[in-house]
Design a protein around this ligand. Structure first.
Ligand code: FAD
Length: 366
């Protein structure tokens, strides 16, 4: 495997680095506040004006048709520059790949350019009070109506839904368990949205109550009843590659090594270990990208990446808390630590990922 970057990849890195150096704003207020949410949307619109908000998308939707390797380069530069968290991430990194693979041309043209500019911000509405790890237990349903469907049900833990404009999720149209689920897009303006405070007290999540929200047929992704298969493709993106690229952890690891420079040798050694693990995740991801570019699928290996990045992130932030002690509260490390606690839970808990690895990669008995 050739690990050198091509001339074009190096030029792309230089262009992204220069643009970010001239445009990354100072720290924005949390996107879990109304003003922070709007500030993050404005940042996304600026990124989009340079066609940098979704570099791997085709240009007709606002991207640059960048390869997966170029996208990984973009991510490294983005996080190294200390650029803002991505308020559009669930749309750009989860829904968009799903629309590319399963949506219609009409849906892609209707939604992707708006998503790239953060005109619309999408929330993932999958989890329900009795359906988290066991997603197939979901009970939200869709009922046929003239020209479309009416959606009913109760969704929860929907990130950024307190301020987002649209949701995407599964609703039962017939059958039981995995059969008879259909993948819907819906506007949030007719949904009752009840914010849920996170550990930091801000409403990072919301519960959604749908009581007959009408959506036209054009808001169904894929075929009626094919929602489970489509959702599983979304989860591969979420766990495996797009939601958490190595650039994010490499940037954290670099900052951690700086923080540990004059620390007790045992802690400094732990920081160095984190740095090499972030680098290992980077190399593993490049290997995955090459596989995908050769037409292979990521499959259950996505679960290995998810366990690795979430545990690494938690380890790095826990070490930072130890290094900083009481000073942690004056730094962004504290917020990062609180969020890293959630890594082993969201995108499918690590217990579930370990079961997938055991059964589908190692072939252990069920
Ligand atoms: C920060 C954050 C953001 C999130 N964002 C979203 C979002 O935007 N949209 C959305 O729909 N959801 C979101 N979620 C919800 C997330 O997907 C669920 O929390 C997750 O799937 C687990 O479901 P649950 O909370 O119902 O826990 P449960 O499924 O009730 O699990 C509770 C515990 O039991 C364990 N467990 C359950 N079943 C098994 C089993 N078969 N074997 C072994 N252990 C098991 C789990 O690992 C866990 O430790 C988010 C969660 C977090 C923390």
């Amino acid at each position: 495997m050739d690990l050198d970057y091509t001339r074009a990849e190096q030029d792309f890195r230089a262009e992204v680095r220069d643009w970010l150096a001239g445009h990354v704003p100072g720290p924005l207020p949390s996107m879990d506040t109304p003003e922070g949410f709007e500030a993050h949307r404005a940042w996304e619109a600026l990124l989009a004006s340079a066609r940098l908000s979704a570099v791997s998308w085709p240009s007709e939707y606002g991207g640059r048709g960048a390869s997966l390797v170029e996208w990984l380069i973009f991510e490294e530069e983005y996080w190294a520059a200390g650029a803002p968290a991505r308020v559009t991430q669930n749309g750009v990194f989860l829904l968009a790949p799903t629309l590319m693979a399963f949506g219609t041309d009409e849906q892609r043209h209707a939604w992707l350019p708006r998503m790239a500019r953060a005109d619309d911000v999408w929330a993932q509405a999958w989890s329900e009070p009795e359906a988290g790890s066991d997603l197939a237990a979901l009970t939200s349903r869709a009922v046929r109506a003239d020209g479309g469907w009416r959606l009913y049900g109760h969704k929860t833990w929907s990130s950024r839904a307190a301020y987002a404009s649209h949701g995407f999720g599964l609703f039962r149209t017939s059958g039981a368990r995995h059969k008879g689920l259909t993948y819907f897009l819906f506007p949030l303006d007719e949904v009752t949205v009840r914010p849920i405070a996170q550990l930091d007290g801000l409403p990072g999540f919301a519960e959604l109550f749908l009581d007959g929200v009408f959506v036209p047929d054009s808001m169904v992704v894929g075929e009626e009843g094919d929602g489970w298969r489509i959702a599983m493709a979304t989860t591969s993106s979420e766990r495996g590659l797009t939601l958490r690229s190595p650039g994010r952890f490499l940037a954290t690891a670099d900052r951690l090594v700086t923080l540990a420079r004059h620390a007790d040798p045992v802690l400094a050694d732990q920081a160095a270990r984190c740095w090499t693990d972030a680098e290992a995740y980077r190399l593993h991801t490049f290997q995955t990208a090459r596989r995908l570019m050769a037409g292979e699928e990521i499959g259950p290996a996505a679960s290995m990446g998810k366990v690795f990045w979430s545990e690494l992130d938690l380890r790095m932030h826990t070490l930072a808390m130890e290094l900083l002690g009481e000073r942690a509260g004056e730094t962004p490390w504290l917020d990062g630590f609180l969020f890293s606690l959630a890594g082993p839970i969201y995108a499918g808990t690590n217990e579930i990922q370990r079961t997938i690895i055991a059964e589908r990669i190692l072939g252990l008995p069920r």
